[in-house]
Design a protein around this ligand. Structure first.
Ligand code: GAP
Length: 479
C-alpha cells in the first residue's frame, strides 16, 4: 500500500464515520481525532479481543487505575528525568524537529558523514539514528555543530539548516491540582498506564490471592506531548494503551520474554486478521533501550508510510518496583509462602496502542476492487462494525415491513443496519466500503416463499435462502 492509499484510508474514515478530524469547525487541532459511529464499534471490537485474550488466562486480572496519580510516581519511574525526546531547532526558520525523525528523513550520505564525525559505525538502520541522537544529547558541547557540518537538510525548507545544539524535551503534559496554580501540586497526565499497575500490584495480588507468575492488564488513555505528530492516528498526543504487566521470578525473565513475544505476534494474525508478511520484530539495540528496560522488542507493521511500531514487549526487570520502594519507603517485595522467599519480581511488559491497531486493521482491510469498480474494507467478521445490511428491494408492497421483521430477528444476535435508500447495487457498495459483511435483500419472492437473497461482501456471491436459515448461513460463511 502506498502513501496515496493512506490518504484514501483517511478520506474513507471521514466519509463513512470511522474517524473525524478534531475541532474541525475551528480549523482543527493538530494530532487530535474523534472516533465516529463506526470507529467506536471497531475500536471496541479490537479492545475486547485484547481484553479477552489477556483476562481469560487463569492468572491475568484486570485493573482500571487513575490517569492522575501522585507526582512522586513519575519521579520514581524516571519519567520526570528521562522521558525526553532529543530535539533541535533550525535557527533560520525556527522549525523544531525531533532529532531521530529529522535524521530518518536524510539521505544516507548525510548519516554517513554524521557517523564519521562521531566515529561510530553505520549499521544502516534505525539503531544508528538512535545512537547518533543519544550521542548528540549526552555530548552536545562536543558535537554542537555536527548536524550543520554533516549537511542535515530541513525537510520543510529543503536546504541545509543552521541547527541549535540538541536539547531535551519532556513529553509529559503538566498541570496543577487544586484551586491555585501557585499552591497546587504539579500533576502529570500519565504517559503510560503501566505505573498505575505497579503501584497497585500488591493490593491486586492480595485481593485476588495471586501467585507468581501472574499478570495485570489495563486499557486506558495515555498522553504525550509529541513533537512530531503525523501519519493520521499513528502518533497522537492523546491515545489509548492496552498494557499487560506480567510479574515473574527474576530467574524466569528470559523464558517469559520468549513466551510473550510469540503469544503477542500470534494475536495479530489469528485475532486481527493481519498477514504474517506485514509483521516483524525489531529488537532495540542497547543505545536505544528505554531507561527502564533490559531487553525490548517492537512488533512492527508494514504501514503505507513504512514499518512502524504497534507494540512493545519489554523486560523492565525490577527497576520500577525498586524505585517506588526507595521513594515511598513502602516494601514492594512479593512473598512466596511456599518457598518462604521474598523478592522483587521482574516485570515482562506487553504494551500496545489501541489507535495504532485500529489504523493497522484499516490499512490491512482496505482494498480497491478495480474489476468491480468498488472499494471494500475486508474486515474480519468479528471486527466489522455492522455484520449485515437489511434492504427491502422497494419502499412499498409490504417489503419494508418484512425487512423490519428480518432486521428484528437478526439484530438480537448481530449488529445490523436497515437501508432502503437508492438502488440495491448502490446500497451494497456503500456497505462494502464500511466493511459490512453481508447484504440481505427482501423482494417480492420473499413475500411468497419466505426466502431472501444474501450477498457476501468480498466475493459478491449471492445465495437464495430461506429466512430461517440466515443466522446459520452467517455463522457458516463468516470470514
Ligand atoms: N509502558 C511502555 C510504553 O509505554 P511505548 O513503546 O512508549 O511503551 C507502547 O508505548 C505503545 O503505545 C506503542 O507501541 C504504541 O502502540 C503506543 N503509543 C505510544 N506513543 C503513542 C502515540 N503518541 N500515539 C499513539 N500510540 C502511541
Amino acid at each position: 500500500m502506498s502513501k496515496k492509499h493512506l490518504d484514501k484510508v483517511i478520506s474513507l474514515c471521514k466519509r463513512k464515520g470511522f474517524v473525524f478530524p478534531n475541532s474541525e469547525i475551528y480549523g482543527g487541532l493538530k494530532a487530535s481525532y474523534d472516533y465516529g459511529p463506526l470507529g467506536v464499534d471497531l475500536k471496541k471490537s479490537i479492545s475486547d479481543k485484547w481484553w479477552n485474550e489477556m483476562t481469560r488466562n487463569v492468572n491475568i486480572v484486570g485493573l482500571d487505575s487513575s490517569i492522575m496519580v501522585h507526582p512522586n510516581v513519575w519521579e520514581a519511574s524516571g519519567h520526570i528525568a528521562s522521558f525526553n525526546d532529543p530535539m533541535t531547532d533550525n535557527k533560520d526558520n525556527k522549525k523544531r524537529y525531533r532529532i531521530d525523525d529529522l535524521l530518518s528523513q536524510q539521505k544516507s550520505k548525510v548519516i554517513d558523514r554524521l557517523c564519521n564525525i562521531m566515529s561510530i559505525k553505520n549499521n544502516g538502520n534505525g539503531n544508528t539514528i538512535d545512537k547518533i541522537s543519544n550521542i548528540l544529547l549526552s555530548k552536545s558541547d562536543q558535537f554542537n555543530d555536527a548536524l550543520e557540518s554533516a549537511g542535515v537538510v530541513d525537510p520543510f525548507s529543503g536546504s541545509i539548516g543552521k541547527w541549535t545544539a540538541a536539547t531535551q524535551f519532556n513529553l509529559m503534559f503538566k498541570t496543577s491540582a487544586g484551586p491555585s496554580e501557585k499552591t497546587g501540586k504539579s500533576i502529570y497526565l500519565r504517559p503510560e498506564t503501566a505505573q498505575g499497575i505497579y503501584i497497585n500490584y500488591l493490593l491486586v495480588q492480595n485481593a485476588m490471592r495471586l501467585k507468581i507468575p501472574f499478570g495485570i492488564a489495563q486499557i486506558g488513555k495515555a498522553f504525550r506531548n509529541e513533537i512530531v505528530a503525523r501519519n493520521f492516528i499513528f502518533r497522537t498526543r492523546e491515545f489509548e494503551q492496552m498494557e499487560m504487566q506480567y510479574f515473574v521470578h527474576p530467574s524466569e525473565d528470559d523464558k517469559n520474554m520468549t513466551f510473550w513475544k510469540e503469544k503477542r505476534i500470534n494475536f495479530y494474525t489469528s485475532e486481527l486478521g493481519i498477514s504474517q508478511e506485514n509483521l516483524k520484530f525489531h529488537q532495540h539495540s542497547e543505545d536505544a533501550l528505554a531507561h527502564y528496560a533490559k531487553d525490548a522488542f517492537d512488533i512492527e507493521y508494514n504501514f503505507p508510510f513504512g514499518w512502524g511500531e504497534v507494540e512493545g514487549i519489554h523486560n523492565r526487570t525490577d527497576f520500577d518496583l525498586k524505585e517506588h520502594e526507595k521513594l515511598s519507603g513502602k516494601n514492594m517485595m512479593y512473598f512466596d509462602q511456599i518457598k518462604n522467599e521474598k523478592y522483587h519480581p521482574y516485570i515482562i511488559e506487553t504494551s500496545t496502542g489501541l489507535n495504532r491497531l485500529f489504523l493497522m486493521v484499516l490499512c490491512e482491510a482496505y482494498f480497491e476492487d478495480e474489476a468491480n469498480n468498488r472499494t471494500v474494507l475486508k474486515l474480519p467478521f468479528d471486527l466489522a462494525p455492522n455484520k449485515a445490511v437489511i434492504c427491502p428491494l422497494l419502499k412499498k408492497d409490504g417489503l419494508p415491513e418484512k425487512a423490519h421483521n428480518i432486521f428484528d430477528m437478526i439484530s438480537i444476535h448481530h449488529k445490523c443496519l436497515y437501508d432502503e435508500q437508492g438502488s440495491i447495487g448502490k446500497r451494497y457498495y456503500r456497505q462494502d466500503e464500511a466493511g459490512t459483511a453481508f447484504g440481505i435483500t427482501i423482494d417480492h419472492e420473499s413475500l411468497e416463499n419466505d426466502t431472501v437473497t444474501i450477498r457476501e461482501r468480498d466475493s459478491m456471491k449471492q445465495h437464495r435462502i430461506s429466512s430461517d436459515r440466515i443466522l446459520k448461513f452467517i455463522s457458516e460463511n463468516k470470514i
